[in-house]
Design a protein around this ligand. Sequence first.
Ligand code: 5IU
Length: 267
Amino acid sequence: SKSRLSFAKRAEQHRNPLARHLFALAEKKQSNVVLSADLTTTNDLLDLADRLGPYIVVLKTHIDILSDFNDDTIAGLTELSKKHDFLIFEDRKFVDIGNTVQKQYKGGVLRIHDWAHIVNLSVLAGPGIVHALEETIKNGDISERGLLILAEMTSKGSLATGSYTKASIDIARMYPETVMGWVATRELSQFVDSKTDDEDFVVFTTGVNISSQGDTFGQQYQTPTTAMAGGSDFLIAGRGIYAAADPVAAVQEYRKAGWDAYKARIE
Ligand code: 5IU
């Protein structure tokens, strides 16, 4: 496992250009916070991204929850991503057969591949989905694109456990050039029977909140500190930050908690 190495070291060693960029950004901004910006109008989304952009490394979107999605949404996000130096992660959770997800990723109204550095997917239908998304990435002319596999989910009763989680990781390891890591609640080292030392899958942990245990729909939270102690690399937080009375103060609090815990665990 690489969780005791510094992000600077991991940036140096990683074979995936997007992972290198992500680790370097984290070091530069001293932040491992991914803001889950689940707002429902373009204005609210861009305003939040502009105010909190300096403190985050990745902005996670659910672009299909916007009531007024249009070309200015993407132009605005892309501009803010450059202005504040953060990556964009569309939390699309692709799940269909390869042929279909390729169309969903490249085309449609959303053209996700054009603007999202990172997208995620489930391997419910087997490895063909990864093959299809990887083909789009390799045939495209944008080098910084990466995939995350949903190895676990945070909601109560999630079926993504045990052998499903193990299969997610096995499939991730088949595509190390484009799968940069997975979304999980913890490090999952017990599922990674790694024989080689050049593997470095990045762990994104969702369900992070400092002041709440969960919601009425079964969401379950841990804190930045417990997530980092469990082997997470990047902390995904939504309502804990954007629904706080002062989101700028909140994002700084999550950033400090995440970064302190990261510092405490590296060698
Ligand atoms: N999300 C989860 N759990 C998961 C996965 C994704 O909550 O297992 I995979 C998404 C859903 C939402 C964000 O966009 O992460 C969490 O938001 P809150 O921090 O507001 O609960």
